[in-house]
Design a protein. Structure first.
Ligand SMILES: Nc1ncnc2c1ncn2[C@@H]1O[C@H](COP(=O)(O)OP(=O)(O)OP(=O)(O)O)[C@@H](O)[C@H]1O
Ligand SMILES: [Mg+2]
Length: 406
């Protein structure tokens, strides 16, 4: 099922918002929240699709965060930052685009009451950045084994050892390939082998030359068929995501438990950490921790589960002293909770690390803007030129720094 929507989101007509300071900040947060609300229902295996049509009459049905963000004609300068982080997440890791948008929106939503109460955004930014830095270490706590064909230096060995990760360097390529194959990976080779069967086959309206039983062939062709172009395009995008995920998992064997498990675990870790901090930043880090819960909550909402109930159970599990509840996430089949690791709901750590860091940076960037200045010259210019007023706010450390006001 897909929900119909207009392609253009006019959050605020350009030029109408002349507010400054707190009012501007709140208006930017509202704009970003509106964009987050568009993609939130697409998260997870039970997520819904969006049907996007433009004035030229072309229709796209998609569940892919990056595709939706790209097609929405977002005119609000602050909200455009979310389009940029979705794009950069897509090109850097190929997945997690809905997650990154949702997280950035949630970080800001949690910051909103503080901004309303007159907390200076620089204080929030400082706490958010601290929380994000702590995460790298924690995200990797889900890792089990790291294998490398090259030698792993002393420093890296120590780094992994400190994080309780087993690592092995100089692993024979053959062994690595076997592991890759076991992980379901496809490895492209330039070597052509022989094949057992060559046949020409009619599939639908087209004829295909099929080589099968290739002993050294490691590539596969997937023929997608469907009733309408839109379905085929969306199937191709889904497959692309799936292949990218496998590729990531093969290249970078650090995985974390999915289904919101890693998000709950980091959230718990940050809450515990915040108790050791005096002053207001304790509250800010707590808000950041709470925002991370949006992932399991949205997974529940999209599947029609009672999110409050599931989240309570998850919090309890993750609070266990023994740490045995650390990989518990949403069980999409039963509406309860389950060990995501045991259920093979895994995500490459790099997808999560990238998403959390980019979302944090985007939130901090938006928090650091207290006025949007429009260049009158750009008024006549079309499209992208207008974005110049805002700077390109791609996610990632330190980008867009020129905009900070203090
Ligand atoms: N079988 C499952 N059970 C529970 N959670 C799952 C399952 N499969 C995927 N998930 C969770 O769904 C989320 C990913 O959803 P989705 O692929 O829709 O969004 P995304 O990866 O952030 O964005 P996109 O794929 O659009 O780029 C992750 O949090 C993942 O752990
Ligand atoms: Mg995905």
């Amino acid at each position: 099922m897909a929900s119909m929507m207009q392609p253009q989101i006019i959050l605020l007509k350009e030029g109408t918002d002349t507010s400054q300071g707190k009012a501007q900040l709140l208006s930017n947060i509202n704009a970003v929240t509106a964009v987050g609300d568009v993609v939130r229902t697409t998260l997870g295996p039970r997520g819904m699709d969006k049907l996007i049509h433009d004035d030229k009459g072309s229709v796209t049905i998609s569940n892919d965060g990056a595709t939706i963000m790209k097609l929405l004609d977002i005119v609000h300068p602050a909200a455009k930052i979310l389009v940029d982080i979705a794009k950069s997440q897509d090109s850097e890791v190929g997945d997690g685009t809905t997650t990154v948008v949702l997280l950035a929106a949630e970080f800001l939503k949690e910051a909103k009451p503080f901004v309303e109460d007159g907390v200076h955004s620089q204080n929030l930014i400082r706490s958010y950045r601290t929380a994000s830095t702590l995460l790298d270490k924690c995200v990797e706590s889900g890792a089990k084994v790291v294998l490398s064909r090259l030698a792993i230096g002393d420093l890296a060995t120590q780094y992994f050892a400190d994080r309780d990760i087993f690592c092995a360097g100089r692993v024979a390529e053959e062994d690595l390939n076997r592991v890759a194959a076991a992980a379901g990976g496809t490895i492209q080779t330039s070597v052509l082998g022989t094949c057992e069967i060559f046949e020409e086959k009619q599939v639908g309206g087209e004829r295909f030359n099929i080589f099968s039983g290739c002993p050294s062939g490691r590539t596969a062709t997937i023929v997608l068929r469907g009733g309408a172009d839109q379905f085929i395009e969306e199937a191709e995008r889904s497959l692309h995501d799936a292949i990218m995920i496998v590729r990531r998992a093969v290249k970078n064997s650090t995985v974390v438990p999915g289904g919101g498990a890693i998000d709950m675990e980091i959230s718990k870790y940050l809450r515990q950490h915040s108790r050791t901090i005096a002053g207001k930043s304790q509250l800010f880090i707590n808000s950041y921790a709470k925002a991370l819960e949006v992932i399991p909550r949205q997974l529940c909402d999209n599947a029609g589960f009672d999110a409050t109930d599931v989240l309570n159970k998850l919090r309890q599990k993750h609070a266990m002293q023994s740490g045995e509840g650390a990989s518990y996430g949403v069980d999409i089949n039963t509406g309860g909770i389950a060990d995501s690791f045991a259920n093979f709901v895994w995500e490459p750590a790099v997808v999560k690390i990238n998403a959390i860091n980019a979302a944090t940076e985007a939130a901090c960037l938006i928090l650091s803007v207290d006025e949007t200045v429009k260049n009158p010259k750009s008024e006549s210019a079309q499209g992208d030129a207008a974005a110049g007023a805002m700077g390109r706010g791609r996610g990632g450390g330190g980008r867009g720094r020129g905009m900070r006001r203090r």
